[in-house]
Design a protein around this ligand. Structure first.
Ligand code: 5GP
Ligand code: ZN
Length: 146
């Protein structure tokens, strides 16, 4: 169901204009309104999901596959030399629009993203306790059709 107050539902319904890059029956992709690189693309399912946690596997895979193909096209056409593909999931992860979306960020040699520099400044030790909790929960949710 489209959500009246959701900006991406309104873009999908063409109620709000966007620069469309790709569309199929399940997915739409358009330029980010505040791009951090030229050609920064947002890929959304046409159906409304808040984020990763409430999307069904097929809808999620459709969006990821479109992101994969857009990324491929960017590199094949020499528009970019590579891409970063990422999702902000939840407000704590800095998600600001609560309609599931994937960012496809074109990368070029010498651009100003400096991902590795930022990453290196954040590297931390992870305790085994945390990892075993995640492994256990993965086993528990297996077969729950989540
Ligand atoms: P998030 O932080 O939720 O992963 O990112 C949401 C993204 O949507 C931001 O990069 C923001 O610039 C983009 N965005 C927000 N509103 C609009 C809009 O009305 N049109 C377009 N094209 N992009 C938007
Ligand atoms: Zn929506």
């Amino acid at each position: 169901m489209p959500e009246r107050d959701c900006i991406f539902c309104r873009i999908v319904a063409n109620e709000i204009p966007s620069y469309e890059v790709y569309s199929d029956p399940n997915v739409k992709a358009f330029l980010d309104i505040n791009p951090i690189a030229e050609g920064h693309v947002i890929v959304v399912p046409k159906e409304h999901f808040q984020g990763v946690s409430d999307a069904d596997p097929e809808s999620f895979l459709n969006v990821m596959d479109a992101a994969r193909r857009i990324s491929l096209a960017m590199v094949k056409s020499s528009f970019a030399e590579g891409t970063n593909i990422f999702i902000a999931n939840g407000s704590v992860a800095d998600q600001t629009v609560f309609h599931l979306h994937v960012h496809v960020l074109p990368r070029r040699n010498g651009d100003d993203i400096n991902w590795n520099q930022w990453w290196q400044s954040k590297v931390k030790h992870v305790s085994e306790g945390v990892m075993s909790q995640i492994r256990q929960t993965l086993v528990e949710i297996e077969g729950e059709n989540l």
